[in-house]
Write a protein of this length. Sequence first.
Length: 456
Amino acid sequence: MDRVLSAIDRGRDSALEGLKAFLRIPSVSTHPHHRDDVKDCADFLADEMRRIGLREVETITTTGHPIVYGEWMDAPGQPTVLFYGHYDVQPAEPFELWKSEPFDPTLRGGDLFARGATDDKGQVWLHLKAMEAHLSQTGRLPVNVKWLIEGEEEVTGPNLDAYVETHQEKLAADLILISDTTMFDYDVPSICYGLRGITYIEVLVKGPNEDLHSGGYGGSVTNPLNALSGIIAQLLDENGRITIPGFYDDVVPMTQEERSAYAKLPFDEAGYKSRLGVADLTGETGFTALERVWARPTLDVNGLLGGFTGEGSKTIVPSKGMAKVSMRLVPDQDPNKIAEMFESHVRSLAPPGVTVEFIRHGAGKPFLTPQDHPYIQAAGRALQKGFGKPPVFIREGGSIPVVATFQETLNLPTVLMGFGLPDCNAHAPNEKFNLENFYRGIASAAWFYHELNAGS
Ligand code: BES
Ligand code: ZN
């Protein structure tokens, strides 16, 4: 490992330059006008994978964005790692809030700023660099690897799930490895053993067939925006609990061990509040902030639209209103079952005089895995070596839908080894990746492949 580690040290600048080139490609999966950029990004990644010595590299065309595959299978008798990540990114809007251009990666104060810096290009890149160091120094990898990098994670694309289901033999492995999560805090290496699921539904409330004069008609018809806000107000009760009948039926409670472990984590509540600019942390009664985010389901209105929102005033009864609502789910809640329950509950809350329609925007199942699997323990040793301290075990509130698909179809242990930080601004303006974590991440990944080798 000495040679591999010193190659990583010597290669810091070129690792950074390579990551910058990856980040310059605006692979925004949700915007149709970036379609060619997404494809270019897949090709760029595939070329780099070939360059470091991965084999059978291909960009697989789908009805959406390409999947990038590659492998190195020359370690007989050693485990096979299926490494998953995504090269697509969230839109960078609102552009005016960025201090430097989102697709012109810029270094400031030890952080690299760009859309995708941590989510997830930086974290994919650190594995590429770790494998490159092994391959260039020893001509081999300590384990077998398969790379599966998708371009539709940020849009819950259906293509990867279908690909995994139809290519189980090709993807056969001993474990799944993912770096698309965050660390608990700076200098607190972390292994994530649980993710929330999600179901996302657009609600359309329709009233009169066009906007009406609120003087002439206000009082005779149901105002769709009054109706919509009334419905939304009833979705949570005074204890912060979701009012949908049966919503909590399948929730697996946290264990006592989990609760006491979370209570011992170095959570800086004052720092958290001041970073977010809020005076209080609120939510479901009876749970701490960490518990609510990691292990309790929640419901959020992501956006509202309707009526007159321009300058000045206009007196109307609007004809319709729209809300985008997401629910983060925990084991064993099923996103489709929850979507059904949500829709019938919202219908039941709608007053006479309006109709309600729904558009479902994707779903993903929650994920939870035991902490004591030997591969997870090996990841712990690797992080200990990369960061000089043992990792903490955390859950996270975000979702990576394909993880549950991997679990159901391939039935493999999953290691979530994340190197982002809670303030890395993923999905927001000024996304950044802490460079020290990037370099420690390369070393940790290199150690992990080494630790997985049965002889080491
Ligand atoms: N990297 C995130 C997932 C994540 C976020 C893990 C926060 C841990 C903490 C991933 O790229 C993501 O953003 N997922 C989406 C999925 C959604 C579009 C279905 C999410 O969680 O919103
Ligand atoms: Zn994301």
